[in-house]
Each structure stands twice: as structure tokens, then as C-alpha cells.
Design a protein around this ligand. Structure first.
Ligand SMILES: Nc1ncnc2c1ncn2[C@@H]1O[C@H](COP(=O)(O)OP(=O)(O)O)[C@@H](O)[C@H]1O
Ligand SMILES: [Mg+2]
Length: 298
């Protein structure tokens, strides 16, 4: 467990690792009918996640295509956030959490001992349910991500970076004249876009979003959904949402999770079905999926 939080000095060797044997182990479930795994930026292969002795999710094999939005849906407690946090090693920060199986980024397992979790979190950014700007200026909220990643450029370069990130997050026009004001001075929806700007400032490849609109009103939600559709040109996005309409509106692919209860009452999440969003919502292969999307669940 603790070795997962070790920060290795050897992450520059990442690219040299042999990867050939890994791809053979990717099960059919990681691919889709139209061969999504061929351009998958990330994949989980037979991933189990434990909190201590408790197995929270079991045997998850999923491929996340580049420049697409993948939605993770399912009832509360089925492990959506758990799966998402494993994708950038945020679960390392929970002492009892343990991951079995593989989590691949471009065929490299991000849990191997030579991978630096801090670098992983730069390449795979995250946005949370509650907007959580720092108690800093709007400018410094965005600059922070670049600074902790060793940004050494001139002030004018940082200015450019901050403008670019805020523009990508569709916030620049609203804040360009008040960059020195506190991040907290913004509305909830603006704060969430500020958090998106902070997440994209270090130029990640993947953006993870855990119910990013659940604290927002419908107008602010629509804004973020439109923004996501723009952002997928530059990033691959994986979003957890409890809102099926949202999954249907924004995502290219949807993974539906459910929960099994064992004899001792433990609830373990499981991937039921993964498909193109249109197909999953109109003609799901599994009865369980059908029951859930038509509201017959529970
Ligand atoms: N930090 C934690 N420690 C122990 N158990 C946890 C922790 N986080 C989540 N769990 C448990 O793991 C299961 C999945 O939780 P979670 O991933 O939050 O589900 P979801 O996001 O789908 O609601 C639940 O049973 C939850 O109680
Ligand atoms: Mg959750």
C-alpha cells in the first residue's frame, strides 16, 4: 500500500519499458464493437479496488478512447468515484485503498514502481463535485498548476498560459479585468470553470470529472456541458455523472455499473455494460441496464 505513494526518481525511464506482453492480456471487454481500444488513451484491465478488506469494485476492464467523452453511470455506491480516482492515482491518498489488475496509459501501467504519481496527476487532471478553488486570486489559481510542475518561464509567459487556460475553460471574457480578485468572488458555475482552467493549465492529456455539475444550477450545468464538448478536441474526458440525461447529452460512450450484495452484506460494484452512448440508451444488451435507464431500478 505505502509503496504506491513513493515518488520514484526513475519516471524518465517510462518510455523505455517493454509493453508488448501487456496488450495481449487486454480482454475483449476492453475493446468495443468498433475497436475503441485501438485508440484508447487509458485502459483498465481486470481492475479490483479494495478499501482494507472490503472489495469496492471488481474486475473492471474498460478502454477510454482519445478525444472522446466517456461517462460512468450507475447507482450510488457502485464505485464510480472509486474507479475514477484509480485513473490518476488519487486513491493513493486514501491509506486503506489498494488497486489490483492494470491501469494502462498508452500501454504503460501507471501503478508500476517507476511511475511518479505526481507526474501522473499532471498528465491526468481532475475536477471534483464541489468547485474547490484555492483561497488565492483567479490568476494564481490557474498559475498554481503550472508552478508546481516547475514552470520556469517569464512573467509574460505565465500571463499567456493563464489566459490560454481561462480561454479554454470559457471563463476568460468574464474574468480578464479582475484576475487579482479571489477565486471565491465568482459564482458557483464560474468557480467550476476556474477549477477546469486550473486542471488544464498543466496541459494534461486526460481530464477526469466527478459529477462536476451536481452542485450547479441548470444554466451553469449547460455551460459546463458545452465546454466539455469543446474540451474533447484537446483532451480525453472521463466523467462520472448520476444524471443520465447528462450522460446522454455529452458522452460518446457510457459504462454502466451496478452493485452486487454478497452473503455477508458487502456491496461490490461491477461493470455491467459498456457501449456507445446512443446504443446503450436505446438498445442496451443487458436487462439490468434497461431496468436502470428506464427507471425500474431498485
Ligand atoms: N475512502 C473510503 N474508504 C472506505 N470505503 C470507501 C471509501 N470511499 C468509498 N468507499 C466505499 O466504496 C464503495 C464505492 O464508493 P464510491 O466509489 O464513492 O461510489 P459512487 O461514486 O458510485 O457513489 C462504497 O461502498 C463506499 O462506501
Ligand atoms: Mg461518487
Amino acid at each position: 500500500m505505502t509503496d504506491r505513494t513513493d515518488i520514484s526518481e526513475e519516471s524518465d525511464q517510462m518510455a523505455d519499458e517493454p509493453t508488448a506482453e501487456v496488450s495481449e492480456e487486454v480482454p475483449a471487454a476492453a475493446t468495443t464493437a468498433d475497436g475503441a481500444s485501438q485508440n484508447a488513451v487509458m485502459q483498465t484491465v481486470g481492475m479490483d479496488v479494495f478499501y482494507g478488506e472490503f472489495k469496492a469494485v471488481e474486475n473492471v476492464s474498460l478502454g477510454f478512447p482519445e478525444h472522446e467523452i466517456t461517462a460512468l453511470i450507475g447507482p450510488s455506491g457502485c464505485g464510480k468515484s472509486t474507479v475514477l480516482r484509480c485513473l490518476n492515482r488519487m486513491n493513493d491518498l486514501i491509506p486503506s485503498a489498494r488497486v489490483d489488475g492494470k491501469v494502462l496509459m498508452h500501454d504503460k501501467d501507471i501503478y508500476e514502481s517507476d511511475v511518479d504519481p505526481v507526474e501522473i496527476r499532471r498528465r491526468i487532471g481532475m475536477v471534483f463535485q464541489q468547485p474547490n478553488p484555492f483561497s488565492k486570486s483567479i490568476y494564481d489559481n490557474v498559475a498554481w498548476g503550472a508552478k508546481i510542475n516547475g514552470f520556469k518561464g517569464k512573467k509574460s509567459d505565465m500571463d499567456d498560459l493563464v489566459e490560454r487556460a481561462l480561454t479554454q475553460a470559457a471563463l476568460w471574457g468574464e474574468v480578464k479585468d479582475k484576475l487579482d480578485e479571489s477565486g471565491y468572488s465568482l459564482s458557483g458555475g464560474q468557480q467550476q470553470r476556474l477549477c477546469i482552467a486550473r486542471a488544464v493549465a498543466p496541459e494534461p492529456e486526460v481530464l477526469l470529472m466527478d459529477e462536476p455539475c451536481s452542485a450547479l444550477d441548470p444554466i451553469a450545468t449547460l455551460r459546463i456541458e458545452e465546454l466539455m464538448l469543446d474540451l474533447k478536441q484537446a483532451y480525453s474526458i472521463i466523467i462520472v455523472t448520476h444524471n443520465m440525461q447528462q450522460a446522454a447529452r455529452v458522452s460518446d460512450r457510457t459504462a454502466f455499473f451496478s452493485v452486487d450484495v454478497n452473503a455477508s452484506g458487502q456491496r461490490t460494484g461491477r461493470l455491467v455494460e459498456y457501449d456507445e452512448t446512443d446504443r446503450l440508451f436505446t438498445s442496451p444488451a443487458e436487462q439490468e441496464t434497461e431496468d436502470y435507464i428506464t427507471g425500474r431500478f431498485g
